[in-house]
Design a protein around this ligand. Structure first.
Ligand code: GAL
Length: 713
């Protein structure tokens, strides 16, 4: 009896202790704190990504204190697992937890963060289930674990909650809720310890920037990566590719790189990683012929190795216990595996001028990927491998280009926290246009890039609507691997498509500078409204209050906004989808102007627009400066001087930092770049006038003649 009582006391003590352990926080960069719970595992997301934090850039963000009450954050290890608890305020909203496709608001969600293809539900299984969230209160939290993390983002209610919900009687009280209020985010990490990071604001955007910079900053694509790309039909031959490339030229459609799908390889699913000699009899000559026309090639792969691959016997000892489509899975955590695998790509493809890869099927589907019982020679578990395999493949493939001092820009189907700086854009097969836009919004808080790729469409209208959004995204792409479509495949809208593709090219100086801001400052080029200064999410009022109806802006922003997004510093994009003729656009506080005409559009208001089929509504913030160039068919070559037409919108005097470098190499890492300030001021007679700072001596300078265009009359 006595013993039993003692045991009970011990049990109670241990529970109390394990639930209430406070975390010791160490500042690792200005406004970034690390907390350690238990014994973190040797392998984690940051290690797999391999990036170095850009602490100097983090230091330039407004200084901030630890953003929460440290005593409110708890962590404990029990049963070989780590529990975490972070506080939540009543009016707080959460964004993040990876690349979700259907929801932006994450408060109240229960998720298991698990790398997978997107299966139609925001349940944590996605291409980039980044364990990072940002709060509307202006701070961020990152759990650096390569495990499947269970997240209760404000759903569990502790007995000892600081602000517990009130008990209600369902029999009589209509306000009874099946999901009562919770004041905490809780997480379960299946490991006996973990490293957690807290990022200060003061704004949500500042927290996101710190997170991105902590992971090395975003990638800086080569200029050509921001041009147009066409992925051709899977079994195309080199002659067919060459013909298609000529058609682009003849028809005056821009094209910077062409994607070859599985048919470039002598075998696929699993692959041999060597050219198919029937379809591509002279790869070297072909790649050169394309490069001479200003066209680069990107090759589809998935990393699963066929017995017919030339390096199969060599890599066999360094592959996992299970196969994928009967191909062996190289363990990229083993240096020999990396060397054997990437040496093949390097000598057979990269060295002859192939510009990059599309790394497919590194995300999942459970039915073909290795199961969680698989083992790998490095000793890294199957689960950790699943969470990081995309990152590893991106990292070590990008290294091949780094060795040659050439940038790459490719595609991938899985990423995770730690992979922010890798030069790849996520895509998938899901093809829901609306949800593709929601993913574009969420990419901004997941530390990844995402393309709403265009494949085929039922109608010309759908084709054009999809095309309009891919032009305002990180990668302007048609993926015709199966459909064989071309930009002009829907003749009734071919002119409009061409105009859009050329607009993408004209905006290259803007896109390039915005990606430089992602790299150097951590600002995601594509993101949701919640990160926008001037946008304030209004809180839903209790039933009975008429307050919201009187204020349409408050009413609109009290809801989740899933269909409009920010593109770079100054642009707000509000797409229309098939069947739509009209839509509402929420313009944050501050004046906004029509991108095409310069006309005033609204200020802290909700407008209804009927743009017609040919236009995607785009708005520019007051003082918006958009540097544009002429509509070239290929990105400017390294060092090529380009004339700029700098557009200014609205009435405000303002500035814009234009980024410049050679556009192709990593020399910017050694300081070979410049930021040139564009300035629009009002002269004595009240007229707007623009200037651009002189090029710095010894720095890259690709700016030719500059003219200013004041769009708002
Ligand atoms: C899919 C991929 C497509 C295409 C196809 C080729 O997994 O998402 O974009 O590459 O494979 O087999």
């Amino acid at each position: 009896m006595k013993l039993q009582r003692l045991l009970l006391i011990a049990l109670l003590l241990s529970t109390t202790f394990s639930l209430s352990a406070q975390i010791k926080w160490t500042q690792v960069a200005p406004g970034v704190w690390k907390g350690i719970i238990g014994k973190p595992e040797a392998y984690d997301l940051v290690k797999a990504g391999g990036a170095k934090a850009n602490t100097a850039a983090i230091a330039k963000i407004t200084a901030a204190q630890f953003p929460l009450m440290q005593g409110d954050i708890l962590g404990a290890v029990k049963d070989g697992k780590t529990t975490l608890r972070f506080p939540l305020d009543k009016e707080e909203q959460l964004y993040g937890f990876g690349l979700n496709f259907q929801s932006v608001h994450q408060r109240g969600k229960i998720l298991q963060l698990h790398v997978d293809h997107y299966g139609g539900k925001d349940n944590g299984r996605t291409h980039a289930p980044t364990p990072f969230y940002v709060s509307s209160k202006g701070y961020g939290v990152f759990v650096n674990s390569a495990r499947y993390i269970n997240v209760y983002a404000g759903s569990g209610i502790r007995k000892n909650a600081k602000t517990p919900p009130v008990e209600k009687d369902r029999n009589t009280d209509k306000s009874w809720a099946s999901r009562p209020y919770s004041d905490a985010v809780e997480m379960l990490v299946p490991a006996a310890g973990v490293e957690v990071y807290v990022f200060a604001g003061p704004t949500p955007m500042d927290a996101v920037k710190r997170f991105n910079l902590f992971n090395g900053g975003g990638p800086l694509p080569p200029r050509w990566g921001l041009g147009f790309t066409q992925r051709v039909k899977s079994l195309y031959t080199s002659d067919e590719v060459a013909k298609e490339v000529d058609l682009f030229e003849e028809k005056g459609f821009p094209l910077d790189f062409v994607g070859l799908e599985p048919g470039w390889q002598s075998k696929a699913y699993p692959g041999t990683f060597e050219w198919d000699k029937k379809r591509y009899p002279q790869p070297e000559k072909f790649v050169k012929q394309m490069l001479d026309k200003g066209i680069r090639l990107n090759l589809w792969i998935n990393p699963y190795v066929s017995k017919s691959a030339p390096f199969y016997p060599a890599i066999k000892p360094y592959t996992g216990s299970h196969t994928v489509w009967v191909g062996e899975v190289p363990d990229f955590n083993v240096p020999q595996a990396r060397k054997i695998f990437f040496d093949q790509l390097q000598k057979d493809q990269v060295n002859i001028g192939v510009s990059g890869y599309k790394i497919d099927e590194v995300d999942g589907y459970d039915h073909y990927l290795w199961p969680d019982v698989a083992t790998f020679p490095s000793g890294i578990s199957a689960e950790q491998m699943r969470q990081t395999y995309g990152m590893l493949a991106m990292r070590y493939s990008a290294d091949m280009y780094r060795k040659q001092n050439k940038r790459t820009y490719g595609l991938v189907r899985a990423n995770n926290g730690g992979g922010v700086s890798l030069p790849y854009v996520i895509y998938n097969d899901y093809y829901n246009h609306q949800d593709f836009i929601t993913a574009l919004i969420n990419s901004g808080t997941a530390g990844v890039l995402w393309t709403p790729e265009v494949r085929a469409s039922k109608t010309g209208e759908e084709w054009l609507r999809r095309f309009q959004t891919v032009i305002f995204s990180p990668m302007a792409m048609i993926n015709a691997w199966s459909s064989g479509t071309k930009p002009w495949s829907y003749p009734e809208v071919a002119d409009q498509v061409k105009e859009l593709a050329l607009l993408r090219m004209q905006m290259m100086p803007y896109w390039y500078s915005e990606f430089a801001k992602y790299h150097f400052e951590g600002t995601p080029p594509f993101r949701g409204m919640a990160l926008e200064a001037g946008f304030k999410q209004e809180v839903k009022k209790e039933a009975g209050s008429t307050n919201l109806e009187e204020n349409p802006y408050a009413e609109a922003t009290s809801k989740e906004i899933k269909d409009q997004y920010m593109a770079g510093e100054y642009l707000l994009v509000a797409p229309l989808f098939m069947g739509d003729t009209t839509r509402k656009v929420i313009l944050p506080k501050g004046k906004w102007y029509d991108f095409y005409t310069g006309a005033f559009a609204g200020d802290g208001s909700v407008i209804t627009v009927t743009p017609g089929l040919n236009k995607i509504p785009v708005y520019v913030k007051d003082g918006g400066i958009i540097p544009m160039m002429k509509p070239m068919l290929h990105a400017p070559k390294a060092g090529e001087k380009v004339d700029l037409e700098i557009r200014h919108y609205g009435t405000a005097a303002s500035t814009y930092n234009l980024y410049d470098d050679d556009g192709e190499t990593y020399n910017y890492e050694k300081g070979d770049y410049s930021w040139r300030q564009i300035k629009v001021t009002r002269d004595a007679s009240g007229n707007l006038a623009g200037t651009i700072a002189d090029a710095q001596a010894g720095k890259p300078n690709t700016v030719g003649n500059v003219t200013f265009k004041f769009m708002t009359k």
